[in-house]
Design a protein around this ligand. Structure first.
Ligand SMILES: Cc1cc2nc3c(=O)[nH]c(=O)nc-3n(C[C@H](O)[C@H](O)[C@H](O)COP(=O)(O)O)c2cc1C
Length: 181
């Protein structure tokens, strides 16, 4: 499988990045893996101009939308990783998700292909906080709408920037979980 990991955290050495690296290590045992830091790309928010509905599915804004949405379209497995920001995903990752809209027109290359997805949410609160379920439910609704299968769903509590880096057991567990996908 072609696995694509999207890192919605702006902190390249923060908790989400560590979690996603551990997951990438596990996935790499069986799949080709590419990780993209969303923060490195330019994503202008969707304007609902509907130009994409008239031009075959391509956002017309001068940014990296088409490049990244094409990668998502072509991946068999996509892992969406985000820090929890105000009970939701980061704005950076949400800007990517909003652009799924560009592939919903009739003549667009569809995102509705057999695809597996993973959800990784990293927040400072303990994992009994509703924020993790809110994020999981958001992606589960999207997956249900697009016909995708959720195969990984990780809620991770880590507050300080290096909390997860210090938790070798948790990182190893993430790697082993991903290796089974
Ligand atoms: C703008 C902002 C909003 C945040 N909101 C929440 C929140 O609602 N719940 C929570 O548990 N942590 C919240 N946090 C803390 C981060 O989720 C937490 O520090 C996480 O480990 C950051 O992940 P990162 O190191 O991958 O960037 C917030 C942090 C920022 C910067």
């Amino acid at each position: 499988m072609n696995a694509l990991i999207l890192n919605g955290s702006p902190r390249k050495n923060g908790n989400t990045s560590h979690a996603l690296r551990a997951i990438a290590d596990g996935l790499a045992r069986n799949h080709a893996v590419e990780t993209l830091n969303v923060y490195d790309f330019k994503f202008l928010p969707c304007r609902n101009c509907d130009a994409c509905r008239r031009n075959g599915g391509n956002c017309i804004q001068a940014d990296d939308t088409v490049r990244i949405i094409n990668k998502i379209t072509n991946a068999d497995l996509v892992v969406f990783g985000s820090p929890v920001y105000w009970w939701g995903i980061s704005a950076q990752l949400k800007d990517v998700v909003d652009k799924f809209y560009s592939r919903e027109g009739e003549s667009a290359p569809t995102l509705r292909t057999k695809k597996k997805i993973g959800i990784v949410a990293v927040g400072a609160e303990t994992t009994d906080d509703p924020e993790y379920k809110l994020i999981s439910d958001q992606f589960r609704c999207i997956a249900s709408f697009l016909g995708w299968e959720v195969v990984l769903d990780e809620a991770i509590s880590a507050a300080a920037v290096d909390d997860l880096a210090k938790d070798a057991a948790r990182l190893a567990a993430l790697t082993e979980t991903a290796a089974k996908l």
